[in-house]
Design a protein around this ligand. Structure first.
Ligand SMILES: [Fe+2]
Length: 387
């Protein structure tokens, strides 16, 4: 049946130089809590000063919460919400990458819902309570990876249980997302690649998910095509503005829209499980380390879909009904960007932990997969990936 629902209520302000539009946009409050990461990168790059100067011009009060960690935690979210309540803030600004934005989104939930964030998590040890609204969130993104700027998801780690879970609720669609690729020109190469591959896998997973709809295909296939073309360019020259614009459009906009209509699948569950256990493992890296062996295992389940993805990655590839062209294109992109054989051991993951990673991942559930992977399948994928 050709039917679907679409609801993406975020005002997207996209383009080079668009940060300056902050003064012309109707913001959803008068007093903001600005969430930034503890490494103070937004201060060091001068971006925080630019944002606060613009807010000063339009008489918006603000306070800074600068304790967001990579792989942001439940504890950090609760602290941000306490700070927002103490200061009387009426909206949040997530400034930076996915960690800052997801902290802002999750803290916004806790402004209208009592108790602890984990009571509202719907998987793992979460309490499964319904979320009743959230404070408004504005995002100003400086990375091209998560798509959180345009979707209803935030990903938070429970530092007590090492679970890293997705919270999905319409209440946290950002009210406004300013996506200015000029802010991404100075991103380091490794981070750019981790985030670029994260975007690629969002598009692939949202395309093959069992909840994908016709409209998802437009966003996903276009994003796959753009990332495949422009990620090698931006890897070689991070200062290439056209490449930054294309990557940002694919990752922040197209993948955000795709994630609003569909969902990521088991690679994200497995990757998030690894990052939950080993917080030094960046999210994008967690997906890269398992990608080749994961897709070797699953292309045969959906050969037609992977043939189409292969064609989107490389127009000259031959679709032979097996999905092999996708594997060739993926391995080609990993090689070209020097991301193939990224070692799990380099992030401190012992090989002996693989069965536990597989067990926890499977326990969270692979509800959006079109195929069945057993714990044993995941163990084999991770063991073959291990180096
Ligand atoms: Fe992701």
């Amino acid at each position: 049946m050709f039917s679907f629902e679409s609801y993406i209520p975020t005002r997207v302000v996209f383009g080079p130089g668009k940060l300056n539009e902050l003064t012309n946009i109707k913001l959803p409050g008068k007093k903001a809590l600005i969430c930034i990461t503890e490494d103070q990168l937004m201060r060091k790059l001068g971006i925080l000063d630019r944002v606060t100067a613009l807010l000063d011009k339009i008489d918006i009060e603000y306070f800074i919460f600068d304790r967001v960690t990579p792989n942001p935690t439940r504890k950090g979210v609760m602290e941000a919400s306490v700070e927002a309540k103490d200061k009387g803030c009426d909206f949040f600004i997530g400034l930076g990458g996915g960690s800052s934005i997801d902290t802002a989104k999750a803290a916004a939930i806790m402004m209208k819902n009592p108790g602890d964030l984990w009571e509202y998590a719907s998987a793992g040890t979460g309490g499964g309570k319904a979320v009743e609204g959230a404070f408004p969130v504005v995002t100003i993104t400086t990375t091209a990876g998560t798509g959180t700027e345009c979707d209803p998801w935030c990903v938070i780690t429970n530092e007590r249980t090492n679970e890293k879970l997705d919270f999905g609720t319409e209440a946290v669609f950002p009210k406004v997302s300013i996506i200015d690729p000029e802010l991404m020109l100075t991103l380091p190469r490794t981070l750019t690649l981790y985030q670029g591959f994260d975007a690629l896998f969002h598009a692939i997973e949202c395309y093959i998910a069992n909840c994908a709809v016709e409209l998802t295909n437009l966003y996903c296939l276009e994003a796959v095509s753009i990332v495949s073309k422009w990620l090698p360019v931006v890897a070689k020259d991070g200062g290439n503005l056209e490449a930054r614009i294309q990557m940002s459009y694919a990752a922040n906009v197209l993948c955000g829209f795709a994630q609003s209509l569909s969902a990521t699948t088991s690679p994200h569950i497995i990757g998030q499980c690894m990052s939950g256990l080993y917080p030094n493992l960046a999210h994008g890296a967690s997906l890269i380390v398992l990608a080749e062996e994961y897709y070797k295992k699953v292309v045969g389940f959906l050969p037609g879909m992977f043939d189409t993805l292969g064609k989107a990655m490389d127009e000259s590839s031959k679709q032979d009904g097996t999905g092999k062209c996708f594997l060739d294109a993926l391995i080609g992109l990993l090689n070209e960007t020097e991301m193939r054989h990224l070692p799990m051991s380099g992030f401190g993951i012992p090989k002996g932990d693989i069965p536990e990673i597989a067990r926890i991942s499977k326990g969270i559930g692979f509800g959006f997969d079109r195929y069945e992977l057993s714990i044993d399948d995941i163990i084999k994928i991770l063991q073959k990936s291990y180096c």
